[in-house]
Every structure is written in structure tokens, then in C-alpha cells.
Design a protein around this ligand. Sequence first.
Ligand SMILES: Nc1ncnc2c1ncn2[C@@H]1O[C@H](COP(=O)(O)OP(=O)(O)OP(=O)(O)O)[C@@H](O)[C@H]1O
Ligand SMILES: [Mg+2]
Length: 867
Amino acid sequence: MAWAPEASRTAAGGGGTNLEVLRALESGPRGLVEAEAEERLLRHGENVFPGRRPEPLPLRFARSLRDPFTAVLVCLGLVSAVLASWATTCVIVVLVVVSCVLRATGEHRADRSAAGLRELVATTATVRRRATETSPPTAREVPVDQLVPGDLVLLSPGDLVPADLRLLRTTGLTVHEAALTGESAPVDKSAPAAEGAPDDRRHLCFQGSSVVSGSGSGVVVATGRGTLLSGALAGSSLRTHTPRGPFDRSVNGIAWTLIRFMLLTAPLVLVASALLRGRGLETLPFAVAVAVGLTPEMLPVIVTSALARGAALLARDSEVIVRRLPALHDLGAVDVLCVDKTGTLTQDRPVVECSVDADGEPDPAVLRWAAVNALWTLHLAEVPVPDALDEALLDADEEAGAAACTGAFDDYDGVASLPCGPGRRISTAVVRLPGDSRFALANTHTLVVKGAPEDVLDRCALDDTEREQLAGRAAALAADGLRVLAVAVAERPACSGPYTHAVERGLAFTGFVGLRDALAPTAAEAIAELARGGVAVKLLTGDHPGTAARVCRELGGDPGVPVTADRIDALTDEEELKQLAAGTTVFARCTPEHKARIVQALRSGGHTVGFLGDGVNDLAALHAADVGICPRDGVDVAREAADVVLASKDLTALDRAIVAGRRSTSNIAAYLRITLSSNVGNVVAMLVAGLMLPFLPMLPAQVLVQNLCFDAAQLALAFDRPDPVAHNRPVVLRPRALLRFVTGFGLLNAAADLATFGVLLLAVHSLGEDGQEAFHAGWFTENLLTQAMVMLLLRSGRQLAEGGTPGPIRWATAGLAVVGLLLPLSPMGPLLGMAVLPAMYYALLAVVLALYAVGLAAARARFDRAP
Ligand SMILES: Nc1ncnc2c1ncn2[C@@H]1O[C@H](COP(=O)(O)OP(=O)(O)OP(=O)(O)O)[C@@H](O)[C@H]1O
Ligand SMILES: [Mg+2]
């Protein structure tokens, strides 16, 4: 348990000065001493994020019991136990246990293989601590689970709030509390004024929220199970939201259809045999066995195994972490990938290339003003985390300054800063010349503004023609692939109160700074591969349309006509937005909301959408997409929001992840096709034969043994290496197409079964009561052999004639055939009520099977040709 001491919670929750709060928590402004923190960790326990505690194996096992297929099996097991049909009950218990064990261990394995990588991209918190009582405090990163009450935490944009905090100091801090309150807009947070304020929620930051802009420091008041989020989850007033992605629509949709179908089978068999054969309740065990026979009970196992194996291989070979297994399936279905530009396709290490005045002439003063802005934005932040653009400006300025030795700008003192953030594309620093207040200059503050040209020009005192001209100049720089910042300044009488955005008006335009941000080395290759694989790539960026279009071209794509986000604002009709989103490749000047809206529009247009992004401004879109993907260098919140994390710098890992997703889905689809068509075939044949014969066409125990053999063999499908050609386009499981397939192939299978029925009539002279055992043996052999054939011919893609070493499928089918042929002849045969058949039967059976193989191959070829 990790409750903060009761006293501290009260102090933190109520008012109180910073010092009082710190004292109540036995902490201080210089942070905890390491030894004390260690001691507290023992006392309070680890600060584990709710919902992220690793699930123990028994719990996993219990969770797989909740699966609908397993539930149906358990019900059928109960029915057979009530009927005292113990053999059936035993087989069902074996099925349930095997399936749960396989699923739980599969998930566990996938988790383990990603564990090392997860550490590599783990979320950390920045704390201020001291090595000893007397040493100075230093800020350092600690794993989130090591935080203790009383720790001083520093927050900056993109951080996940690691525990419940009482704020001590803030500058322009806004946080996103959607995980707690559902509120999607960022909320302002501030440290209380000195006298303590009554509005305590404003002064608290809660675990699970994320920092959007600004920075701050706070003291930890609660960790682990003591946090508000933990409490809310325990009281289950909050649910971790699970979006309905393609996986839910396809695999789960199909599963539920099957379950309804299965629940109908047992009553149907009972009614049919009562009406037509006058049999009573004694057919119930048989009806139950048929229902079990029809159940693709291995579906959950195949799904988990195929996905877990794919995820484990990806982690090992390509350093990709799949955080939610179904996301791997969804990746395979992605047909549109939206990508953010800065930091994803580019390296986000911009370098200043030019600094020009309003006439386009080189002017170092523009860079100097931009650097003054960057310097004071950085210094006035509670936590100075340099942004890449600011860092580049400071570096370039330092170099230029060293050459020119002009010191005038260094004399400025910072007064206030209004930083940029999501949706705000300019940053302002208010500076002044230090000096005696008797001089007029000391009463003047200088506003230095830099940011997106459109936004800065809007705030400058210019007439329309001038503004247009300057916008044109910015566009020309952008078209060269530069990131462009406009710089403007204004002198104002000193203002004693806090500065607000309202002062950013009537500025004097100074010039532009152009920065070049190199492309990520593997970006072009990755994008080309995506295009070859049938995935449309769209660029969604906050940057200038010119820069975005140029980047797109450099990556080998056709940018078309870039759309700026204000066009999206103008659209009220969802239909129009859908069309615009589908027909556009580059979206520029997007705010986080625009990115999410575009993703949403593409999804409602019927696409499966992936979003690859790394910043705070990508958070909403990462949530909105079917699959959120984050590169390794993304901010904490982006990584937390993503379903898939690319742990290596290599973007082509994404292509491999998509192929892995397609492969897993293909294997799942192959399983469904194979198992359903043979199950449907068997049930139809069994019903027909059951109505014509004086005895049950198969005994319940036989049905179940046959089923066990099928299941064991079909597990191999999860490990199949399907045809690579099948993976050059998105793979989607379509319930309708599957149904068509299953009906067609199921009837073909039933025809083969009934042909065997005819053969048995010929070979076994009397099919009266005494021919029963021979009939059962004959049908058992035929069923297993046809199943083996179906597995070979209906797997995804690869043909029988392939060379090389036999894969899992061939071993499985060979095993199935051997069991089918030998089991009735072995001592097990009589135990299961089967007799030895005449040799003639095998000869005739060979003919039936050959015909069936030809029929299957022809039907498959026809099916593959169909659109
Ligand atoms: N530190 C900054 N100072 C001034 N302006 C900035 C700063 N950072 C960003 N901007 C402006 O805001 C714009 C939008 O930034 P934002 O972070 O939303 O997207 P981005 O980094 O350009 O691109 P992407 O969305 O591809 O990551 C930038 O293009 C730039 O003009
Ligand atoms: Mg970015």
C-alpha cells in the first residue's frame, strides 16, 4: 500500500503555504535525500501506475476463462456432467484447460520478449533530490515506480504526471486531464498564491494526466494505490476506454456470430432426431458433442498465439513493441497511415540556414532577436527544457556572436514569457535593459515575438500589401524545404501586472529565420515500402504547407495540393470533410484537434487508419486512430498513448510490423476458413446420415476425439509462414466473404462425406446395427484425412509443391493422416467403438479423396480469382 500520510493529504488538499505543505510531507524545497527516499519507498511501496501492473499468470488464466468460446464449452461441459456422460465432460475439461494454458503462456511470452525493450523506452520522472543532507540538490530522472511522497517533481511539456502532486511553482502550466475527467481541453494549473488559496483542484496535478504546455514543480502527495486515479479505477467509476477497432469488428464479430450459431445446434439436432427418428433425450450427449464439434474452440488460442508470436518476433528482430496484442492485427489492416512530420520523418535537429530582413537581405540582427526570445523563454520556464527550434537558434547565435563580438543583446533581462504550445504557434519573451529606474529606458519593456509567419504577420502593424508580400517571401523560403520563423518586436511601457496574449498586437516586423531539418535517414525507404504495400501515406503537420510539401517531395511522394487546416475549420459537413481527407496528401498548420479530426474523418470513410507521431500535438490523433504508433524519441505521453512503439531509430521497422500484422491476420483467417468449412461440412453430413441410419453416425466420444485431433493439428496454423505475395496489401477479415467461403467449401466437404457414406454402403455389406462399428471407423478415417487435405489446400497462399524443409503445417497434416489411418486399427479402436475395415474400403476411399482434392483445388482457384 502506498498511501501518503494522512496529515500530508490534508495539508496538500487544503490551502497552506508551500512551506507548510512541504513540512507536512517532511520534505523541503531542496528535495529529499536519497537515503530518505529509499526508506520511504520501503514504507510506501512502489508507485505503480494502475492498470500497468504486470498481470500474474493465474490471473491471465482466469481472464481467458471469461472468453465466450470457453464459456460455451464450460456450459456444454456442465450439461454433459449433469447427464453423467463423463467421457464428454473429461474431453471438454481438457479442451478448456489446454486452451487457457496456451493463451496465457502465449501472452506471457510476448510480454517477456518485449520487456527489455520496454525498459529502453520506459517513462521516467524528473525529481530534485540530494545525495546527502549537505550536498546541493540535483535534478535527475528516476523510474516512475521509484517515486515517494515528499519527492519534488519537475514537469515539462509531454510529461506524464507520475503521481498526485501539489504544485509549488508554475509557468503557464496546462495539463490534459481526459483520463480522469473526460474533459478533452487542457486545463490551467497554477501554484497557489503565497497566502494559500481555496481552489485546491487548480493547484493539484493528478497521476494519469499529461502536461500540454508550460512547466512547473510540485511535491508528491500520493503514490501507487493512494492516487486519485487508482481510487477511481478501484471504484470503477472510470473505465480504461477500449476503442472499437478493426479487431473487434472482425475477429470478435465473427466469434459472436459463431456462438449464436452454435447455441442453435444442440436444440436443432435434438428436434430433428425426435421428429424424424422418434429419438428422445438420449440423443442429448450426441447433440452436445455435435455442438462442441462445430465450435472453433481453438479460435482464442490461435488468435493469441498468432498475435503473440508475431509480437515476440517483432520485438526480437525489429525492436518493435506491441503494447496491445490486437493492435498487431489492426496494423495488418491499416490502409491509410497518417504521419506527423517534425521528429518523425525529420530528425528534429534543425540548423539555422538564413536570417533575413523584410527585403530578403541577410541580417544577423533577426537571428539575435530570435535568440533573445529563445534564451528568455528557456530561462523563465520553471523547468528549462529546450525545444529543438530554440536550441538551434541559440547555437547559431552563439556561433555568429563569437564571430561578430556584439554584446548588446546579452544585456537584456527577462521579465516574462508567453511560450507556444499546441494550437499556439508563436512565443513571446518580454525583456528589458537593466538599469537605474530613473532613466526612461528602464521603464520600457521590449516584446520579442517569434513564430509561424502567418501568426506573427497577423500581429504586426502592416498594411495588406506588405503582409501579402512578406507571406510570399516566407512561402518561398518554405518551398525550399526550410522551417521558417518570423520575428517581430515592440517597445511598450513597463507593465507591472502579469502579461497576457493581448499585448501581442501592433508589432514591428523584423525578419525571417530559416532552419533546415534533415530527413530521418530511413524515412524515404520506409515510405516507399508502405506505398508498395498498398498503404496510402498522409502528412499531418503543424508546419507551413510549403515546407510540408517539399518534405513530401523529397521523400519521393506527390504532395498534390496541400490543404491548410483553416479549410477544415470552414467545413461543417462531415461528408465534405471525409472527401477532402480522402483526396489530400498533405495537411499543414494542423492543431492537435485538426489531426484528430482528419483521422476520425478517414476512419468514418471506411479506412483503417494508423497514426505515427511523436509529440504532445499528436496525442489526440494517436488516441483517435485505429493504431497509434510512436517512434522511440517521442515524448512520454505519446509513447503512453501509442499501441505500438518503435524502439529502434529505423523507420523501416514499421514496414516489418505491418507485414507481421498481415501475416498474423492471414493465419487467423486461414484457421477460420479451414476449421469452419470442415466443421460445417461435418455437421451437415452428420445430420443427413443421422436421419438415414438406424444408429448415431458417430458416437459422442468419437466426435470429441476427432475434434481433439483437429484442434491439435490446427494449432500449427498459428505458426505458418504464409506466402509473402499475400502480404503486399492490407489484410482484412471480412465476415461476409468468410461466410461465403465457409458455405461453399462446407458443402463440398459434406459431399465428400456423403460419398464416403456411399462407399461404406458398398464396402461394408450390411449397415445394420452390427455394421455400426465399421461405419464409425470408416467415417473417422475419412474425416481426418479430408481435414488434413483441407489444411494443406486452404492455408493462405503457399502451394503444395513448395520446396524446402517441411513447415509446421506439413508435420501437422502428416500426423493427422497417420492418426486417421491407424487409430481404428490400434487397440484404441475397439475402445472407441470402431472395427477394422476391409481393404476394399481404402481403395474406394482413395478415389473419393482424389476427387475431393480436385474439387477443392478447383474451388480454391476460383475463389482466389474472385475480386
Ligand atoms: N519554440 C517555438 N517558437 C516559436 N514558434 C514555434 C516554436 N515551436 C513551434 N513553433 C511554431 O509553431 C508551428 C507549429 O508547431 P507544432 O509543434 O504544432 O508542429 P511542428 O513541430 O511544426 O510539426 P509536426 O506537427 O510535424 O510535429 C511551427 O511550425 C512553428 O512555426
Ligand atoms: Mg512532431
